[in-house]
Design a protein around this ligand. Sequence first.
Ligand code: SF4
Ligand code: SF4
Length: 501
Amino acid sequence: MTAEQQDLINKGEMEDPNKGFQKYTNLNPDGEMFGAVVLATGWKPADVSQYEHLGYGKLTNVVTNAEFEKLAKNGKVPSRVAFIQSPGGKDNDKDFPYCNSVTSMVALKQANYVVEDNPADGKAYILYQHMRTPGNTELFYKGMQAKDGIFMTKAAVTKVSAAGSGLAVDVEDNLLGENLQLEVDMVVLAAGMVPTTATENVINLAYRQGPAFLDLDLFDGYADSHFICFPYETRRTGIYTCGGVRKAETMEETIDDATGAALKAIQCIESSNRGVAVHPRSGDQTYPDFFFSRCTQCKRCTEECPFGALDDDEKGTPLPNPTRCRRCGTCMGACPERIINFADYSIDMIGSMVKAVEVPDDDEDKLRILVFVCENDAYPAIDMSGMHRNKINRLVRFIPVRCLGSMNMVWIKDAMSSGFDGVLLLGCKYGDDYQCHFVKGSEIATKRMENIGETLGSLGLEPERCGTREIAISDYDKIPAILDEFVEEIIAMGPNPFKGF
Ligand code: SF4
Ligand code: SF4
């Protein structure tokens, strides 16, 4: 903001664009409200000592690919080398953890060192279960395949043992269908690329949820928040990842990645400075507004916020950090007191939409089913289904919501007491391969629905009248069947017994 603008604001002649944020400035005593971090702490080679039959740590000259690279740099490449890409043993088909196309290409490159440095007698054996050479790197693979002195075969390694001054590598199930023993000078194990976020706390956050990223076990230690739509973002607003800490990648890919992450960081600072959301609701000027005088300090909002945007004081009163907020509304959905609202998205607004839907009177042929739809993927999927002229069941009515995580259960109670015969939540997939733009929204909504099922049961209503379904945007053709199936279940149950009361 310029000095002139600040002067106008002080005189009351101009509205402060950051007014909403300034009420929280006590959280930023240094006056530094905005900033961004690009996390580029890289990767470490995976520990391969657990594979006892391969002899790492026990046999001299059994090394990792990273160690071999150092040897090659110092000009000490032996003439007979076996590159083991998969641990073999009992679970033949598995690769080493964190193996990927990079470790496949590293093996090809290092095999080339062996034959180039030993033109007279160099022999490199690549023993793999899966070789991954995407895109144009397939040409490199073909080039190495045709090179004299490089041998490749799919094979399971059963044992590496000392043999004279060298090593013996026993393999079975190779492409020739024979068991072989290779005599080599050195064995190179394809240790995978473990992101540093998996093994150590590389960032010391002052968040209520703790100093590190959450839930990293689920994602093999990668700190991304949505690998499909927002590849550089972590689950902490303003922190972006690139390179080996984001995914295993080549140097070339890392350069692109660093550019992408830096641009996202610039966008974050720029958007935060203007007081608007960075992503996924880019440009959104609203933020959750708390009516604190009715807060019971139950901490549900602070516990459920997927992005650590809410701290709390010693009594449990939420302390919002608007610059971390992604405007998902999960806190709004969590609050049993219904005191969290946005200027353009509120409990009352959706409640009024529920009440505005016409519910037919007590007539078995005129049931009405309400579907709350996530506006990120499910609602566009319905649009696409319509554009493909799929027939949508005439008994359903849709209300879009910001994310299923923003679903406050009062809307479902309102709907059932208004006589709706069934309520369905339609949102993104959750779990390991989640697609929720707000990480956990659809998962949280499903848990809340389990509780609402108990409430319905205590009222004498079938809990099955309320359900959740997952849909990916690309599965738009499945929407009619999903809706028809739910409607059929409701028809079988009959009308809501509270209809008309
Ligand atoms: S809107 Fe979402 S990100 Fe913002 S405070 Fe609420 S739960 Fe957290
Ligand atoms: S969920 Fe509502 S009542 Fe509970 S702490 Fe948050 S704002 Fe207060």
